[in-house]
Design a protein around this ligand. Structure first.
Ligand SMILES: C[S@@+](CC[C@H](N)C(=O)[O-])C[C@H]1O[C@@H](n2cnc3c(N)ncnc32)[C@H](O)[C@@H]1O
Length: 286
């Protein structure tokens, strides 16, 4: 078992070890939600057949993560949203490619494989190594590639279709951007804007700038020692990195949790002009 992830998976025993790679260790949070959250929120179940077997091999102390009901809900809700948006994308482009950047131990292709489309899962090398140990090997039309999104040129290194091609790509990037520096987020979005073929989409979740520096207050992330480093101050932050970028839609994630959450999130959005936590769907001009 990857020691960094092992330490994250045992929040009670993490004090000394987590500093080595706190961001990578955050993958345990969505993994626990997809593995065990269905019974807590049956109305938002995702039916992830691969998460529970992977989690069992990690021997995780799930207690602290299971107690954080809002995060469990948030992960299930965003998984259902991104899966639906990607599903609709593949309805329009049956032979297109989907890419999960910073994939952790997520397995979207179990739901989205329709025999004609292609899928790519990418994360830092130690996570890809972990995937090889914990998840079934990728099948036909499915690739797994190591990548560091904070270094330029990742689009080409991942072998994604060139801008001139007629093969659009749907990118999922969830639970990732808030852990990157602002300039790294700009580069990720700029690279998508520069390279993505017409029709491509970039789906990501977004945590407001007001949360930056406040990860210690988050009931799950605090166990990993990762820090929130970036959040948008205005919606234009998503499109400013490249002139081809357009905001196609914005989606709630937490609003169905309960009435007071819905009210608080709607008020925050109205007051500050960005979601406290939500999702956005970006496109590229042709
Ligand atoms: C909270 S986890 C989310 C994992 C997955 N997206 C999910 O929802 O299950 C954050 C992930 O971002 C990845 N990540 C962080 N910085 C990265 C970078 N520079 N390049 C590639 N992956 C990165 C981490 O390794 C980790 O797997």
């Amino acid at each position: 078992m990857d020691q960094r992830v092992a330490r994250a998976a045992h929040p009670g025993r993490t004090a000394s070890g987590l500093a080595s790679d706190p961001v990578t260790s955050t993958l345990v949070i969505p993994l626990v939600a997809r593995a065990l959250g269905d019974s807590v929120f049956p109305g938002f179940a995702v039916g992830d057949a691969l998460a529970a077997p992977a989690l069992e091999q990690l021997d995780v102390d799930v207690g602290p993560f299971l107690r954080d009901k809002a995060s469990l809900f948030g992960v299930l809700s965003r998984t259902r949203l991104f899966r639906q948006l990607a599903f609709e994308f593949f309805d329009r482009f049956e032979q297109a490619t989907g890419a999960n950047l910073g994939c952790g131990l997520a397995s979207y292709f179990q739901w989205l494989d329709r025999g004609t489309n292609h899928w790519l899962d990418a994360d830092v090398p130690q996570v890809m190594q972990l995937r090889r140990r914990l998840l079934p090997p990728p099948g036909k039309h499915h690739r797994e590639v190591a990548v560091d999104l904070s270094t330029e040129g990742w689009w080409q290194r991942l072998g994604l279709p060139a801008r001139q091609s007629n093969k659009p790509v749907v990118v999922i990037c969830e639970g990732v951007l808030m852990y990157l520096e602002a300039r790294e987020v700009d580069h990720v979005l700029k690279e998508f804007g520069q390279n993505a073929p017409a029709g491509s989409e970039f789906l990501c979740d977004t945590l407001s700038w007001m949360a930056t520096g406040c990860a210690a207050l988050h009931p799950s992330v605090c166990h990993t020692h990762a820090q929130f480093k970036w959040g948008p101050r205005r919606m234009r932050d998503f499109t400013a990195p490249h002139p081809r970028l357009v905001l196609l839609s914005e989606h709630p994630i937490m609003e169905a949790y309960d009435f007071s959450t819905a009210l608080a999130f709607a008020s925050f959005r109205a007051l500050w002009g960005v979601p406290l936590y939500g999702a956005v769907r970006l496109g590229v001009r042709g």
